[in-house]
Design a binder for this molecule. Structure first.
Ligand code: DX5
Length: 246
């Protein structure tokens, strides 16, 4: 059984062909006030986000250290939207069960940290979470070619991981388009999301969506908006929908 057999309901038999996955605006908690994370995730839910991404960093795979499972567990009780953990860590196999127990329903592991990626993804699914795979900017799309049946999402990093507030790497749009073609060519359009993370904001989101992304991670763009989180989320969503319908 692949991840898709379990993770996705059958598409509407009356639909004309593959269903395009919906646009999702997903915040990175990185810019939030770490002294008030319960209030912060409640505010993100109230602002209309689809789910919340925790940027988990171990100080080894990336030069920064952030959240462990206990922090996520504490925040879990303060909102009801799904949590995903972006595991920017050297040992995802060791940590996976702890982040699922803390309340994450999706785990994103990096190709670059998984010598046995096929096994790692299968383990995550067997633990009851959905599995996703991330590609750093220099890693080719072909690295996920043989695991698309094991994931419900591919994350194309549009910055080098480790910090928020970085500049969007526009040249990644070629890779986004390449991953989009891989997903569509295998008939997985209605089963596998394509997420991008890094430098997503009002001036970059259209390019990422036009290239094929449907899940957009935003951190600093949400918290910088002078009109607040709700405006930021709805503005990014409108821009993404407009880019898709162009
Ligand atoms: C990098 C992080 C950031 C963050 C989003 O490791 O994953 O990409 O989530 O940061 P912004 O939206 O500020 O670029």
């Amino acid at each position: 059984m692949t991840a898709h057999d379990r993770a996705r309901p059958p598409t509407d038999p009356l639909s004309s062909g593959a269903v395009t996955r919906p646009i999702q605006i997903v915040p990175s908690v990185l810019p939030a006030d770490f002294a008030r994370l319960g209030d912060e995730v409640a505010a993100l839910e109230a602002a209309g986000v689809d789910h919340i991404q925790w940027d988990v960093m171990d100080g080894q795979f990336v030069p920064n250290l952030t959240f462990g499972p206990d922090v996520i567990r504490a925040a879990r009780a303060h909102c009801s939207v799904p949590f995903e953990a972006h595991l920017m860590v050297h040992t995802p196999d060791v940590l996976a069960a702890e982040f699922i127990a803390a309340g994450c329903s999706r785990l994103i592991v990096h190709v670059e940290a998984c010598p046995h990626l096929h096994r790692t993804l299968g383990n995550i699914t067997s633990l009851g979470a959905t599995a996703a795979v991330a590609l750093n900017p220099a890693t080719p799309a072909s690295a996920v070619e043989h695991v698309l049946d094991l994931v419900d999402m591919v994350l194309v990093m549009t910055v080098n991981p480790g910090f928020g507030g970085q500049t969007y790497i526009a040249s990644m749009e070629r890779k986004i388009a390449e991953v989009r073609r891989m997903i569509d060519d295998r008939g997985l359009t209605d089963a596998v999301d394509l997420e991008v993370d890094g430098g997503i904001g009002p001036s970059t989101i259209a390019g990422a969506v036009a290239a094929g992304a449907n899940v957009l991670i935003a951190g600093s763009a949400l918290y910088k908006d002078p009109d607040g989180l709700e405006h930021a989320v709805s503005d990014l969503r409108a821009r993404a929908e407009a880019a898709r319908n162009r």
